[in-house]
Design a protein around this ligand. Structure first.
Ligand code: UDX
Ligand code: ADP
Length: 462
């Protein structure tokens, strides 16, 4: 089985960059990325891509129009493809059974029904979206019940491990590629066909093949373990603040133990992003569904710690500013959930800004990549009234405009440009005492102190 034509359903943060890399690395394969969102497709076909990722423009430009195409012609693209990636959204369910925990699989189901409707011949269907374990069975059942007589399908799981902000590097040289399939001759042939696609640029020893369920579960578990490390170090950040230890020093000290390792030990205002919380909730729901409440409680605590970290930060600001924020201007530096992305999904900044607004603060927000409309829409969705957003939120063109006449400044995203701010200028612009709350521990604490600021750094005692 040789793959010559690939289609991807979903032109989001995962589908777009992943397909661009496959097209760039496999010039003999025609790659078509489809989405029903015309605006998104238009953006992928323009100079202003809908996803900000360092290095992505070059990858897209190298293949677009050659063997990489973005289109809303979904049915035709499915019909022409040998291999179909399903990379549609899988948000957390907000209603009914499993609300707030289970994944909402309506887009996956709709995609499977569409594939069944328009497919002829042999097709390989690849789950790329993060999904609960055993979703492959659901896809198979829908395909089997609705397929045209001459169509056959093999369903594979191939979870994506790229992190936003480093997507291009992660796609170019991933730690591993994981492919799950059925242990039948047809299943193995389908796995081998997908392995051959990746083998165009990834060493074979980095391509792990497993059964379907192991592959599906591994994605959830990888994200749960990563999130758990952040919650672990964030719990220690609170202890450091109470005792006068420095969490970054503790992280360095423990990270040199090769069994622990140095990565993912950066204390912060909490993890965000579209994956960690969703996947943890999914894991909790799976554990509950299989009658394992103790395992569910264990993983639920990782989220509880993350929520506490965000509210702890707000409380620190309120207490430090003499227990009232009414009418006070607070400069917010960073709104994205991490640096080098324009994505704000589950960004800790949303919750922190919402709570500060409820304390009646005025927020002057600056983020180098997130548009003002996105910030306003996120706050509205988080339950802040439109009138409060209109009256109390100002979107600023740079950090200095945000700092002007501010009672306090808070860093919520670790953008590199915040490391080289003209701090003396910021101090002169702010009201005194000039309070700084460094939620990402990126500013030079001692220098801030020497310049006359009243600084607080997450995980650092007073
Ligand atoms: C994550 C996984 O890393 C990736 O493998 C998976 O495919 C998708 O989910 P992503 O959410 O894009 O990727 O970014 P990641 O770098 O993991 O950061 C997630 C959140 O954790 C961010 O808010 C980040 O600021 C925070 N974080 C990360 C910390 O607070 N401390 C750290 O040490 C690392
Ligand atoms: P991710 O971060 O996982 O890539 P996104 O929400 O950014 O998630 O992207 C998912 C995309 O999938 C959205 O642009 C949505 O319009 C698209 N989508 C959902 N269902 C379908 C479908 N049946 N066919 C094509 N695209 C779809």
């Amino acid at each position: 089985m040789k793959v010559t034509s690939i289609c991807c359903l979903g032109a989001g943060y995962v589908g777009g960059p992943t397909m661009a890399m496959i097209a760039a690395k496999c010039p003999d394969i025609r790659v078509t990325v489809c989405d029903m969102n015309q605006g998104r497709i238009d953006a992928w076909n323009s100079d202003e891509l809908p996803v900000y990722e360092p290095g992505l423009d070059e990858v897209v430009r190298s293949a677009r129009g050659r063997n990489l195409h973005f289109t809303t012609e979904i049915k035709q693209s499915i019909a022409e493809a040998d291999l179909i990636f399903v990379s549609v959204g899988t948000p957390t369910k907000s209603f009914g059974i499993g609300a707030g925990r289970a994944a909402d699989l309506r887009y996956i189901e709709a995609a499977a029904r569409l594939i069944a409707e328009v497919s002829h011949g042999n097709k390989i269907i690849v789950e790329k979206s993060t999904i609960p374990v055993k979703t492959a069975s659901a896809i198979e059942a829908i395909l089997a019940a609705n397929a045209t007589t001459e169509a056959t399908f093999q369903v594979l799981s191939n979870p994506e491990f790229l992190a936003e902000g480093t997507a291009v590097r992660d796609l170019e040289s991933p730690d591993r590629i994981l492919i799950g399939g059925k242990p039948t001759p047809e299943g193995e042939a389908a796995v081998e066909a997908l392995v051959s696609v990746y083998a165009n640029w990834i060493p074979r020893e980095k391509i792990i093949t497993t059964n379907l369920w192991s592959s599906e579960l591994s994605k959830l578990v990888a994200n749960a373990f990563l999130a758990q490390r952040i919650s672990s170090i964030n719990s220690i950040s609170a202890l450091c603040e109470a005792t006068g230890a420095d969490v970054d020093e503790v992280a360095r000290a423990i990270g040199t133990d090769s069994r622990i390792g140095p990565k993912f030990l950066k204390s912060s205002v909490g993890f965000g992003g579209s994956c960690f919380q969703k996947d943890l909730l999914n894991l909790v729901y799976l554990c509950e569904s299989f009658g394992l409440p103790q395992a569910a409680d264990y993983w639920r605590q990782v989220i509880a710690m993350n929520d506490w970290q965000k509210s702890r930060f707000v409380e620190k600001i309120v207490r430090t500013l003499f227990n009232t924020l009414v009418g006070k201007r607070i400069a917010i530096l960073g709104f994205a959930f991490k640096k080098d992305t324009n994505d704000t999904r589950e960004s800790p900044a949303i919750h922190i800004c919402r709570d500060l607004l409820h304390e009646r603060a005025h927020l002057a927000i600056y983020d180098p990549r997130v548009p003002g409309e996105t910030i306003r829409a996120d706050l509205l969705e988080a339950g802040v009234e439109a009138s409060i957003i209109d009256e109390q939120v100002e979107i600023c063109p740079d950090p200095y405009a945000a700092a002007e006449s501010a009672h306090a400044l808070a860093t919520l995203t670790e953008w590199d440009e915040f490391r080289t701010l003209d701090l003396a200028r910021i101090r002169d612009l702010m009201l005194k005492p000039a309070f700084v709350f460094d939620g990402r521990a990126i500013l030079p604490h001692d220098e801030l102190q020497a310049l006359g600021f009243s600084p607080f750094t997450i995980g650092k005692g007073d």
